[in-house]
Design a protein around this ligand. Structure first.
Ligand code: CMX
Length: 429
């Protein structure tokens, strides 16, 4: 039995007992209210989803299973996945065993390569990643188990098998997309002796610098999960709640991550930084940046990499990347511009007065680091994000299958119904 399944079997009774006790003791206790503004405004802040893998607080940012992300910056992505899924950090033996599992299928099947090759030259790398995962769906152990009538409380075991298969393939698929689209089309074979992220760094073939492999590791750690309410996690978990398998669910999640207000923001952010570099012939002064930011805001454009739906402080993941740049003394133009923007933008956004959070999110610097090492094709950046986020969404789906969560089905209301509800509520309050 694989190392993760062994641990999950140990923690499964606790997960189920905790959920059942909550339902039994407090099932009908109201814990929140919802305003008209929240219903119209993307359900912002409504506590209506269960996500045990991670949490994001406005004042502190991301915690993975209760551990602040800044305490996990030396971990490998395998450790993070183990922690997300089980709630416990792995021992060294467990980490190594999981690493072997996750690198076992990094060679991309010919059938998947054929799909990638058949896509048009202007296909976005995210569309290719999503399609590549769908092309693997026929392998789903979960779908087969469901069709065979496996009892619902055992389905999680097959979801786990799919997660391992998907995660061990996604690095190879992503690297293949990069090589096919942006390099000479030759693929670099995985090395089974290397761990998940080092293999990914190697298969991309961007740089031999050990700092590059360290950056890919950190990138995959920092983007792995960000609770359950963001577009990609919510989408993935919702699709899986219909008992669609993990290949369908992660492919759907990636389609949401591809949006410019979500995962694509890192691409937009680097485009912004390059625009600044080209316009000012290098690193602009603080004054020039301030003027340019106001110009954008006055044109109704956002400042990419700044603001957040939940956070109200500098994103700790930005802080971790910033520290990485300092550690490796990375100070070429893009990083220098990202750092200078950090000195300027929060004040500008505060004065502008619209954004609830004037501070940087992770995207404000992540792309500049990739660019520094020679990954200059920024339409690929969201694929890097997607490979990482697949860890968290897989862990979230696993949790829901383990505890037997219901299909997601909130109630929608029409504008007229909402108006009537609001009128009635206004009279009684
Ligand atoms: N620049 C300019 N205006 C901004 C802004 C920014 N960086 N961030 C927020 N605002 C504006 C919003 O557009 C909104 O304006 P309207 O009322 O005219 O629609 C207003 O401020 C209030 O927005 P908010 O409540 O502070 O932020 P939201 O929760 O609506 O949106 C986010 C959050 C991230 C989409 C938004 O801050 C944004 O567009 N940022 C730039 C893009 C970005 O960096 N995205 C990456 C997010 C990380 C991720 O999810 O992956």
């Amino acid at each position: 039995m694989d190392v993760l399944k062994t641990k999950l079997l140990q923690v499964l009774p606790q997960f189920r007992a905790k959920r059942s006790a909550l339902l039994e003791q407090y099932g009908d206790v109201p814990v929140a209210t919802v305003t008209v503004e929240q219903i119209i405004g993307g359900m912002r802040g409504v506590p209506s989803l269960l996500c045990d893998t991670s949490s994001v607080s406005p004042s502190e940012g991301l915690r993975i299973r209760g551990i602040p992300i800044l305490e996990l910056t030396d971990a490998t992505p395998e450790e993070i996945f183990f922690l997300l899924a089980t709630g416990q950090r792995p021992t060294e033996d467990e980490r190594r065993a999981l690493s072997q599992l996750l690198t076992a299928h990094a060679t991309v099947p010919e059938s998947v390569l054929a799909v990638l090759r058949a896509m048009l030259p202007d296909a976005h790398p995210m569309a290719m990643l999503s399609a590549g995962l769908l092309a693997m769906e026929h392998q789903s152990a979960f779908r087969k188990a469901y069709e065979d009538g496996t009892p619902k409380d055992q389905l999680w075991e097959y979801a786990l098998a799919d997660c391992i298969q998907l995660l061990s393939s996604i690095t190879g698929i992503a690297a293949a997309i990069y090589r096919l689209k942006f390099r000479d089309g030759t693929l670099i074979e995985p090395d089974p002796a290397l761990d998940w992220s080092t293999n990914f760094a190697r298969m991309l073939g961007v740089s031999d610098d050990p700092a590059w492999a360290d950056l890919v590791r950190l990138y995959l750690v920092l983007h792995a999960d960000h609770e359950g309410g963001n577009v990609s996690a919510f989408t993935g978990v919702t699709v899986a709640s219909a008992l669609s398998d993990v290949f369908y669910a992660i492919s759907a999640a990636l389609n949401g991550l591809a949006g410019p207000l979500h995962g694509l923001a890192n691409q937009e952010c680097l485009a912004f930084i390059l625009e600044l570099r080209d316009r000012f012939g290098g690193v602009p002064t603080a004054e020039q940046l301030r003027d340019l930011c106001w110009e954008r805001l006055n044109n109704g454009q956002v400042i990419p990499g700044y603001g957040h739906a939940v956070l109200r402080v500098t994103d700790p993941r930005f802080t971790a990347f910033y520290a990485f740049a300092e550690k490796y003394k990375l100070d070429r133009e893009c990083i220098a511009i990202a750092k200078r923007l950090y000195q300027v933008v929060p004040d500008v956004l505060r004065q502008h007065g619209k954004a609830k959070n004037p501070y940087p999110n992770v995207d404000a610097i992540s792309g500049s680091l990739l660019y520094e090492f020679g990954m200059t094709e920024f339409t690929f950046y969201t694929v890097m994000f997607g490979v990482s986020r697949a860890l968290g969404i897989c862990a979230q789906i696993l949790f829901h299958r383990m505890v037997g969560s219901a299909i997601v089905r909130p109630k929608s209301v029409t504008l007229d119904e909402l108006e009537q509800m609001a009128r009635r509520a206004a009279v009684t309050t």
